[in-house]
Structure formats: C-alpha cells, structure tokens
Design a protein around this ligand. Structure first.
Ligand SMILES: [Zn+2]
Length: 313
C-alpha cells in the first residue's frame, strides 16, 4: 500500500483552526515555559521532565535553527522580534483560518484584529464558561453546561448516538501529550465518533509556537492514525485522504458555518466572523470538547469533559 500520496496530501492541507486564543505582546508577563505546560507554581519545575516538553522544545529549535534548550530558544525569540517569529510559525503551521476564544484572559494580549495580519481569516468564538455565567434572557436561549470529570469512551459513544449535531475537537491533547498518547487518543475518538464530526484545533495560546506545534503534530498524528486505518482494512487510501480533509478543515467549516461554499484557501480576511449565539441556535449545534488536564507538570489521562448544548427556550 502506498502512503506517500497520503502524507503529501496531509502536509499540503491548510488547517482551519477552530479553537485558539490570543497572542500576547513582547511586554507580557506570560512565562515562555507555560507554552509547553499549563502547570503553575512548584509543579512547573517538573515540566522539563515530560516527554512532550522534550519533543516540543526540540521541534521549535529545529524550526529556528537554534540549540535545543529553553535559553537558546528564548534568546532567538528576543533577537528576532514578535513579527518575524509570528510569520515563521504561521507559515510553517499552514493555518488558513483561526477562530479565537478571547475569553481566556492573558497579560498584554493582542486583539483579534491584530491576528488578521498573520492569517487570511480570524474570527471570534464565544467562551462558553463565560456565556454560562451571564444572564441570557435577552437572547432567548438556554445554556446547559455539564462538566463531568469522569467521562469514559462509553459515555462519548452515547453522546454521538443520542445527538445528530455533535462535534468532537481534540486540540490541546495534540501537541501536549506524548506521541503514543496523541495517537491513541485520536484512534479512540475515531472509534466513537463519525469521521465527519471530528476536528482538530491547535488550542494555541499566548505564543506563536503553540500554534505551530499544534498544527505540526496534527499532521503527523493524523497521518499515522489514518495509515493504520488503511493497514487494518478500515479505509482505502482515497477515503483516508477525504477523512483528513474533513478533520483539518471541512468539519470545522461546517460546524462554525464559516463562509459555506468557499474552499479553505478562498477564506478572506474580510469575511464575516462565524460563530455567534444566533448561529448556534439556528444550527442546533452541540459541541463536545475533551481536554487532557495537566497534573503536576505532566499530562495524564485525566479528562475534563465539557458538554454544551444551546437550545431555544
Ligand atoms: Zn482553549
């Protein structure tokens, strides 16, 4: 079986990044090491000892042609400036559209407009936790928010059996787990969800490198998972290529109603941003987001599961 074509097709695919956060300015107090881990306080000292830290640091150094150490990468960033690094990371990431959740408050973060100089399309998405806190009478919608820390594959399966418009996004787990962790997670998701409901996002935040790593690892992981699906006899190579197109962009375009009818490469900066409360009501869309939480400096299989549905009252 020939996988060269599949690899090439995936590497050329533009990513519609359906979930990310704002980039911060150089004056920020955001510590660069937090781009590798969400650990805080004493737990942060364990970060350099995780598999994903070692791999992600090496991959950033390779992109910059610097030594593979935190100091060397930080020095390179200081000397190059934010603009140069931004262009380098976004070009290498191949992101054609990004939807930004600006409800995550970061020190000295740029507004959404700033991101439009980096990527053809930048839109805003609602942070559901924030939305849930608000009184929504004026909008005539009801939000059901259920955070369940003990989700299982079986429960995920039930969600997909019960609801028609449910999408699953595995951003953050990619690239924050080990290679083995990322591959088994994506395989598990394809086990419980239809291919046309699964999507990747970078969940990039604060620094450009998080976007780059999310997009780069998505390519490698999805290629590996789809190759195995072909070897196992689940998919033909042509079907795997179609599946990748959906996971990289088409499914997010469908879910967020980004300029329906246009190809990713046709997305324009002037396009109307996509996802708002009214749209969610109209589509009846539900969104499942599964996030691996960082326990002391390491990512473990502890799952935070967020199930959201927005219904008309
Ligand atoms: Zn996020």
């Amino acid at each position: 079986m020939e996988f060269g074509e599949l690899r090439e097709a995936i590497e050329k695919m533009e990513l519609v990044d359906g979930h990310a956060h704002n980039i911060v300015s150089v004056d920020t107090t955001f510590p660069f090491i937090n781009s590798f881990s969400e650990a805080t306080g004493d737990a942060l000292s364990f970060t350099p000892h995780s598999l994903s830290f070692k791999r992600n640091l090496r991959e950033i150094s390779e992109l910059y042609g610097s030594e593979s150490s935190l100091d060397a990468v930080e020095e390179y960033r200081r000397l190059s400036g934010l603009q140069a690094i931004s262009l380098k990371c976004f070009k290498a990431a191949g992101i054609s559209a990004v939807l930004i959740d600006d409800g995550l408050k970061l020190d000295e973060m740029h507004d959404i407009e700033w991101h439009r100089s980096l990527v053809p399309f930048a839109g805003r998405i609602l942070r559901i936790e924030r939305l849930a806190e608000q009184i929504l009478d004026g909008l005539h919608i009801k939000v059901v928010l259920d955070i369940n820390p003990n989700v299982t594959t079986k429960m995920l399966k039930k969600v997909f059996l019960k609801f028609y418009v449910v999408y699953l996004d595995f951003g953050l787990a990619v690239p924050k787990l080990s290679v083995h962790g990322m591959i088994s997670l994506v395989k598990e998701f394809l086990e419980v969800a239809p291919i046309n409901k699964v999507m990747i996002s970078t969940d990039g935040y604060a620094v450009l490198e998080t976007y780059y790593l999310g997009a780069k690892k998505a390519c490698g992981v999805i290629f590996s998972v789809l190759c195995d699906a072909c070897i196992d006899g689940d998919l033909h190579v042509a079907e795997a290529t179609e599946a990748a197109k959906g996971i990289f962009g088409r499914n997010a375009i469908e879910f967020y109603k980004i300029n329906a009818g246009l190809k990713f490469s046709d997305l324009k900066a002037s396009s109307t941003p996509c996802f708002d409360v009214e749209n969610a009501v109209d589509t009846g869309a539900s969104f499942v987001r599964s996030i691996w939480v960082d326990a002391p400096g390491q990512y473990r299989y502890r799952v935070r599961f967020l199930f959201l549905s927005i219904n008309k009252l």
